[in-house]
Design a protein around this ligand. Structure first.
Ligand code: C2O
Ligand code: CU
Length: 434
């Protein structure tokens, strides 16, 4: 009897895969030119797996055009303080959602975040208070700044990848990525998912990894990478895979032809990349009205070469620590007991990040972005501008900071438990402000 029951339980159930949901778009409360005004409420859901939300499921997509001003009224309906950090956007320090020099938004309070956006790109927003718990719990959303000079594709998709932490098991999620987490969701829906695209069209796809710990190692035929963290690449890239660590983004142009394809994730270890585990199917794209694949669009690529890597560093950050101790350090220090390094506003300091730990770390800096001069001694093929960059095990990244936005800026590993266990410091741009 027992055996029969078990056999029935184990029989493979082929549930029809759900269609990829599109992100809900934020409603602009004052539709006037040049401003977008949005209200967000951080609230509890009652769901133990994703206990928090900015609305209905994951946060709404906020869409701006270069030069727009955004105003977001955040109401905190949580029992704990919270903030919003605008990951990748050069905001004034008081709008950055960090608690180094500013107070978080208390339960019951409303705070207005407002700033203008000058840099087109794919960004996201999330709390910067009790960050791992609040982000993992469901507080995140996409923020897109459109470039008015870019061509218009036939369709555009934004895909937010997240995964629940273990202990909050997600139904239907594949195992993988070690024992730490349940399977990936895309736009809040559990993978695998399906999507139907029309043959002969160009689709612009924005990818955002908001997981606190999980790396994505995405594979699909014919990847055409057009943009990174901070807008368009200088030239089209056609890599075999896209690795996105926590906090990282990329943009791809899909040329939909007459054949479907599958996007899979290759389980990736923080301790050194690809693993022996089987790939996991995330999204199956089916084609309706098959047609020959169109040509790519004329994206505003500049062709810019990377800045030569000079033989000096202005700042060196040594990342160290281990899973064994669960303690993580930058230059032997743990946030908030850190030395504040300072650079002049308008300067272009060279920062070397050395990873002396057996774990990869996505290096992230607030308020300003950087050019990658070299990674493990190799310059990138073209100029490469990022705010989040994965540093491989024992790897060495050399960066040129575009230090144009004054303030005290959090600089940290975007594996959120690492940041919370100390792997965060402060970089001051310009004079200290009172
Ligand atoms: Cu995505 Cu310090 O943040
Ligand atoms: Cu880390």
């Amino acid at each position: 009897m027992r055996l029969i029951a078990l056999a029935i339980l184990c029989a493979p159930t082929v549930a029809p895969a759900q269609a990829l949901p599109r992100l809900p778009e934020a409603i602009d409360l004052e539709p006037a030119d040049g401003t977008v005004h949005v209200e967000l409420t951080a609230a509890e859901t009652g769901d133990p797996v994703f206990p928090y939300t900015y609305g209905d499921g994951i946060g709404p997509l906020i869409r701006l055009r270069r030069g727009d001003t955004l105003a977001v009224d955040l109401t905190n309906a949580l029992p704990d303080p919270t903030t919003i950090h605008w990951h990748g956007v050069a905001v004034p320090e008081a709008m950055d959602g960090t608690t180094w020099r500013f107070d978080p938004v208390q339960p019951g309070e409303t705070f207005r975040y407002t700033f203008a956006v000058e840099q087109p790109g794919t960004f996201w927003y999330h709390p910067h208070f009790d960050t791992a718990r609040q982000v993992d719990g469901g507080l995140f959303g996409a923020l897109i700044v459109d470039d008015p000079d870019a061509p218009t594709p036939d369709d555009a998709l934004t895909l937010i990848f997240d995964r629940a932490m273990e202990g909050h098991d997600s139904p239907g999620g594949p195992a993988g990525h070690g024992a730490l987490m349940a399977g990936w969701r895309i736009n809040g829906a559990h993978t695998p998912l399906t999507h139907t695209a029309r043959g002969g069209t160009v689709v612009r796809v924005r990818l955002i990894n908001v997981s606190s710990v999980g790396y994505l190692d995405l594979r699909w035929p014919g990847i055409r990478l057009i943009a990174g963290d901070q807008g368009f690449l200088p030239a089209l890239a056609t890599p075999e895979r896209i690795v996105l660590g926590p906090g990282d983004r990329a943009e791809v142009e899909w040329l939909v032809g007459d054949e479907g394809f599958t996007i899979s994730d290759h389980p990736y270890s923080l301790n050194g990349g690809a693993t022996w585990q089987d790939p996991v199917e995330l999204l199956r794209v089916e084609v309706e009205d098959p047609a020959p694949a169109p040509a790519g669009l004329d994206w505003p690529f500049t062709g810019a070469a990377p800045t030569p890597d000079p033989p000096y560093s202005d700042i060196v950050y040594v990342f160290a620590g281990s899973d064994r101790t669960g303690r993580w350090f930058i230059n032997g220090e743990q946030f908030p007991d850190v030395t504040v390094e300072a650079v002049a506003e308008g300067s272009r300091p060279v920062i070397e990040v050395r990873n002396q730990s057996p774990t990869e770390h996505p290096f992230h800096i607030h308020g300003n972005h950087f050019e990658v001069l070299s990674l493990d001694g190799e310059p990138p093929p073209h100029a490469m501008f990022e705010d989040t960059l994965n540093i491989p095990v024992h790897g060495r990244a050399r960066l040129r900071l575009l230090a144009d936005n004054p303030g005290d800026w959090m600089t940290h590993c975007h594996i959120l438990p690492h940041a919370e266990d100390g792997m965060m410091t402060v970089l001051r741009v310009g004079e200290p402000t009172p």
